[in-house]
Write a protein that binds this ligand. Structure first.
Ligand SMILES: [Zn+2]
Length: 408
């Protein structure tokens, strides 16, 4: 007889109470090929087992395929149209300023994590970077800290202290593979100690921005992830893994970046101050991608259709949509998107002006994300599922639904 478990409803979706602790892992920049290459190289024995015995599907991330919109979609179970976070910046027409959207006050809904915590579950969140931690832990009772500022975690703010001692690792650099290793190690130590009912671990894409799938550095990174996943599994928990977005080279055959400097083009065609290009990937940690991604939004005082038609002629541009079309197709919040949405081709990125991007810090050929060429990510679980539809286009933000409602 099937045991009827308590359910909670969050943002219109129902979630059964967990039958055992659950650990969700969001591997930042997890282009599916990273796993298949590491698997073929024999570096990820645990993941190989999941492909054979658990659940393994490909899913689409939310657009734009950036970190914050997707992490927020995963923990809220809804698209950016509903939760409101569609990038790191939007443009305020009134004040003519770029507004940073990484503050919890821009989040429009509650998270599934917070709701479980309110209903009595022990919940823990560990992120690589600190900014994301504040968004994910918004109004959530429980443990929430970042690897970046693990040394500063306090009981009153983060629900935990002495994190470095607990994890047994020194504070990692924000630009390192160790930042992600710290997140994974913290997840296992939390299971050893507090044993949360629901844990969310979110790594950084530092390695994926630098190294292609199948390279020794990428395989070493996934071997590290694999070891920790096996360790988590050994605690008798549901392990569910997905990515926030994929990752692709953004270069020509010689490894030189393929950049459309969109603001420069528009200034030349329509005059300075007539259009405003926003790159929602821009964040304080730009060293590894130079603030270049495959998605931009344009606010314009010049004629909409003439601007759109001109942008479409630029080599490297895949798609130009007006706000209504873009919000419909990509499930975006219309008040935080410009008049046009521009997506580049797989091997291209969009910049503003040459002078505003410092590419001197790029020590490897540019790799980035943001377009629909980086939408596909894996979704893996250590348990089999029943009742999944072959027709449905599953999303990475269905992971809580799948891991709570469909596992057998
Ligand atoms: Zn990311």
């Amino acid at each position: 007889m099937k045991v009827v478990r308590q359910e909670i409803v969050v943002n219109g979706r129902r979630y059964q109470w967990m039958d055992r602790p659950i650990v969700l892992v969001c591997i930042d920049g997890c282009e599916p090929d990273y796993i298949s290459q590491a698997l073929q190289a024999g570096q990820t024995p645990y993941l190989r087992g999941l492909v054979e015995k658990g659940t393994s599907i490909l899913v689409d991330s939310a657009m734009p395929s950036f970190t914050n919109p997707n992490n927020l979609s995963i923990v809220t179970g809804v698209s950016p149209a509903v939760h409101g976070i569609c990038g790191n910046y939007f443009y305020d027409r009134e004040t003519k300023t770029e507004v940073m959207m990484d503050d919890p006050r821009y989040l429009r809904v509650t998270t599934v994590l917070a709701k479980f915590a309110d209903s009595g579950a022990r919940v823990a969140v560990v992120t690589a970077k600190d900014k994301l931690c504040r968004l994910l832990g918004h109004k959530m009772r429980g443990i929430c800290f970042s690897a970046e500022k693990a040394d500063r975690a306090t009981l009153s703010v983060n629900g935990i202290e002495n994190v470095l001692r607990l994890v047994g690792m020194p504070l990692p650099s924000v630009y390192s593979a160790e930042l992600s290793e710290f997140v994974m190690a913290a997840g296992t130590k939390l299971l050893d100690t507090v044993r949360p009912d629901l844990t969310y671990l979110s790594t950084s894409d530092y390695i994926q921005h630098k190294f292609a799938p199948g390279t020794p550095q990428a395989n070493i990174f996934y071997a590290m992830i694999d070891r920790f996943l096996a360790e988590l599994d050994a605690h008798g928990v549901t392990v569910a893994v997905t990515g926030d977005h994929g990752m692709n080279p953004k270069t020509d055959a010689f490894g030189q970046p393929n950049v459309v400097y969109l603001q420069d083009r528009l200034d030349e065609w329509f005059g300075i101050g007539k259009t405003h290009v926003i790159l929602p990937i821009t964040d304080p940690y730009v060293l590894h991608h130079g603030a270049l991604g495959s998605f931009a939004t344009v606010y314009t005082e010049a004629g909409l259709s003439s601007v759109a038609e001109r942008i479409k002629t630029i080599p490297g541009i895949k798609l130009v949509l007006d706000r209504r079309e873009a919000c419909q197709r990509f499930e975006l919040p219309s008040d935080r998107i410009g008049d046009l949405v521009v997506v580049s081709e797989r091997l291209w990125v969009i910049g503003t002006s040459v002078a505003r991007h410092d590419l001197s810090q790029l020590d490897k050929p540019l790799r980035s994300h943001g377009g629909f060429s980086e939408q596909q990510v894996p979704l893996l679980m250590n348990r089999e599922t029943c009742g999944l539809s072959n027709e449905k286009r599953y999303r990475n933000y269905d992971i809580l639904d799948l891991s709570l409602n469909y596992v057998v």
